[in-house]
Write a protein that binds this ligand. Structure first.
Ligand code: SF4
Length: 335
């Protein structure tokens, strides 16, 4: 029976079992925590149907005002790095930061963490301006079915995204895509996703689930069912044993984590880190990983890892602010 029919035939436990064996064999038993670092709160599109930004666009008129200070960005990276988390990608800078500015931040982050970074900065042809500080380029595909993609993200041309990824591959960068489940796709649409991964040599897929935002057409739509989400991830893992798979889970859906790990996730993302660190919810993530039989790289609870001076004196006040937020959670929790 093919993978899609297995999902439709409710044979998801079988898929999870198979996907879990493949993941352990090909990727080992560790799970990473991933943090997307936003460069700005600006979006020059603002019309993706599911997105919070589509309800905000009239309020944000100047991309320069939406920029984050580079000290705040680097301090966040430093604290996240101390926790043992990965930088999922640098996101959202397009239109607010120039290519040389993004490159310079990426170089600093590469130096700080020792790892080259992924970018998710919109559709750009400037990829050849980047070098060894960049691991790969992420295309925010969101929906693999081209007709639905056009409806959901009218200003993000799928062909342009794929052209960018092809160019990235030619220049020696790795390629990633983001996919959101729950936007109206069918199980059969997995064929579009599988073809896209195969045709464009995608190395990493980041799955998210719909977070219904007030003011969008999805406000009253349900989030995807946990077993549907896990079934899709498992089918993808079985079809692409070496693919890196990151799965996003919202704070109200932490019970998804165990099944997603068994389905083949290598990493977890989408957590409001600074409000979760040191809380029961943060420890719940650690428990989910433990009961899936995996070892977590990084912590949601070990405050000892946060201490120490910053590697740059001018970042010190910014780093302290992030650490204080984490420690305040912890002390509130212990009251
Ligand atoms: S998904 Fe990205 S491009 Fe689309 S409106 Fe939201 S921030 Fe803008």
């Amino acid at each position: 029976m093919n993978l899609i029919n297995k999902i439709k035939g409710f044979e998801i436990l079988d898929l999870l079992n198979q996907a879990n064996q493949i993941t352990l064999k090909n990727h080992g038993d560790t799970i990473s925590l991933e943090r997307a670092i936003f460069l700005s709160w600006w979006c020059d599109k603002g019309d993706c149907a599911f997105c919070y930004m589509s309800t905000q666009k009239p309020l944000i008129k100047d991309p320069q005002k939406a920029r984050r200070r580079s000290e705040a960005i680097l301090a966040e990276v430093e604290v996240v790095n101390r926790m043992g988390w990965n930088i999922e990608f640098l996101s959202g800078g397009y239109g607010s930061f120039t290519t040389p500015e993004i490159r310079s931040l990426a170089q600093e982050i590469h130096h700080l963490t020792g790892n080259p970074v992924w970018l998710n900065i919109g559709i750009t042809k400037d990829i050849d301006s980047y070098g060894e500080e960049i691991r790969g380029i992420t295309g925010a595909v969101e929906v693999a079915n081209p007709l639905l993609q056009r409806e959901v993200c009218p200003s993000k041309n799928l062909d342009d995204i794929l052209e960018m990824l092809d160019l990235a591959g030619e220049l020696g960068f790795k390629k990633a895509i983001t996919i959101i489940l729950g936007l109206g796709e069918t199980v059969e649409d997995l064929n579009y996703l599988f073809n896209l991964i195969e045709d464009h040599g995608i190395n990493r897929v980041i799955f998210y689930s719909l977070n219904p935002h007030k003011g969008t057409p999805y406000a009253q739509k349900p989030q995807p069912a946990s077993l549907y989400y896990a079934g899709v991830v498992a089918a993808t893992r079985i079809r692409f044993p070496d693919l890196e798979i990151i799965t996003g889970t919202w704070i109200d859906n932490l019970a998804n984590i165990g099944p997603l790990i068994l389905a083949g996730a290598n990493g977890l993302t989408k957590f409001p880190l600074f409000s979760m660190f040191g809380t029961g919810k943060g420890r719940r993530v650690e428990e989910e990983v433990y009961w899936a039989g995996r070892k977590l790289e990084g912590t949601f609870s070990d405050a000892d890892r946060l201490t120490g001076p910053s590697y740059r004196r001018d970042l010190e006040p910014f780093v302290k602010r992030y650490i204080k937020r984490c420690l305040n959670n912890k002390s509130r929790n212990e009251d």
